[in-house]
Design a protein around this ligand. Structure first.
Ligand code: SF4
Length: 412
């Protein structure tokens, strides 16, 4: 530990966010529902984290997110063991650790919830990466279930009309796929209502993140990583809307009462890429010991970026653009614009980039992005190398030293 770094003082910790217990209750009920879907006469669809979930909700299909489950595996520190198992099964260590851990757990069922509920169908959208295509093809063969692939073109500068027509036509094919495999017709009034709830929930999620523009911040990105779960899994439901309204009220109350998550917040940092799930507490205490709060991150804000510009369109029409322009399906120039906006909005002093061994689309352009941020905005930036789930890629001593050195630069 560096000399001018505080020792962690538990007595000085900020009060916990009360909404956490409600979140745990909702997620427990959600997984019980998904695990007992067959007994309730419901179907389960596995869907990628950036995939359009709203048609599933409208058709009363329970969406399950293998990536969310991968995050649970990481947070439970079961990642290395399951990744090793996948490697024994023949999967390369270079494959995303969410995919490796989930594939191994489908067979072993030794993860935090004893394996995911088995799917009746799979929905894969390649707006986040190409890995999911092969991962879902493997799952379709293993479970012998139908797979729908939604192809979203990469966005270099703008979302063209031809791209809009291309994606929208697939959204209608997606609905046809659901109608075939559910044996019922889509209720388009219900679809619009789910869309309205999705927009409302996403707007509330943005409002939750925006409370951190306040100095000092009532929560940090480490809290956002936890509270993200509902906007991913239950987007388009009243449950998510009610929960984020409760959380937003609580955070505003913390601001009114002068409660900050980092007690002596002096430095405000922006995090880039997925969390290091098995080290969130260690990293949070490490930065807090330097009076540094991670006030924003590009990962959790990617879901508030899904707030569609309705512009007189139906929700289904707006979905085509919203789901294509997600954070890791756009050019470095567009990413830079988003990051520059966040740096200004959240009053950021420095940026910490997680170069994530697993997530190539998130990590490949980071060195260019870092250079642009330093050259054009003069914001100091640290890169740490790790993996979101596979603990074998995390060197605590090396990262500890690099954070200390970075914080010394910020303080000088
Ligand atoms: S490679 Fe990245 S985007 Fe793709 S599944 Fe893994 S973590 Fe998600």
């Amino acid at each position: 530990m560096a000399d001018n770094q505080k020792k962690h003082d538990p007595a000085k910790k900020a009060p916990k966010i009360q909404a956490v217990s409600r979140m745990k209750e909702i997620m427990t009920n959600y997984y019980i529902d998904a695990k007992t879907a067959r007994e309730q006469g419901k179907k389960v669809a596995w869907i990628t984290s950036g995939g359009p979930v709203e048609p599933l909700i409208a058709m009363d299909v329970i969406p399950v997110y293998p990536e969310n489950h991968g995050a649970m595996i990481g947070a439970s520190k079961m990642g290395a063991q399951l990744c090793e198992k996948a490697e024994e099964m023949g999967y390369s260590r270079d494959l995303c650790s969410y995919a490796r851990a989930d594939i191994a757990d489908s067979v072993e069922k030794t993860g935090p919830i004893g394996g995911l509920p088995e799917p009746d169908m799979l929905v894969c959208c390649n707006n986040i990466c190409g890995t999911v295509l092969k991962w879902y093809e493997t799952a379709a063969r293993y479970f012998n279930v139908p797979l729908f692939i939604l192809d979203t073109p990469f966005v270099h500068r703008e979302f063209s009309d031809s791209a809009r027509k291309y994606v929208l036509s697939q959204i209608y094919e997606y609905i046809g796929f659901l109608e075939t495999h559910c044996g019922t017709k889509m209720d388009y009034d219900r679809m619009e209502e789910v869309g309205r709830l999705s927009v409302e929930g996403t707007g509330l999620w943005q409002a939750v993140l925006d409370t951190c523009a306040h100095r000092p911040a009532p929560m940090t990105a480490f809290d956002a990583f936890f509270h993200l779960a509902l906007i991913v899994t239950l987007r388009g439901t009243q449950t998510a809307v009610d929960y984020y309204r409760q959380l937003h009220d609580e955070l505003n109350q913390r601001i009114a009462n002068g409660v900050s998550m980092v007690p002596d917040e002096k430095y405000r940092l922006l995090w880039d890429n997925l969390p290091v799930w098995y080290k969130t507490r260690w990293l949070s205490e490490k930065f807090a010991a330097h009076d540094a709060a991670l006030v924003a991150d590009t990962y959790t804000s990617a879901w508030s970026g899904m707030l569609p510009d309705m512009n007189g369109q139906t929700f289904l029409e707006a979905m085509a653009e919203t789901y294509t322009k997600v954070y890791i399906n756009i050019s470095i120039d567009m990413m830079f614009d988003i990051v520059a906006n966040m740096i200004e909005k959240y009053h950021v002093d420095g940026m910490v980039m997680h170069s994530n061994r697993s997530c190539k689309p998130y990590s490949l352009g980071q060195y260019d992005l870092r250079q642009m941020i330093m050259d054009r905005l003069g914001v100091p930036t640290l890169i740490i190398e790790a993996d979101m789930v596979d603990e074998r890629a995390f060197s605590e001593s090396q990262i500890d030293t690099r954070i200390d050195a970075f914080m010394e630069t910020l303080k000088s």
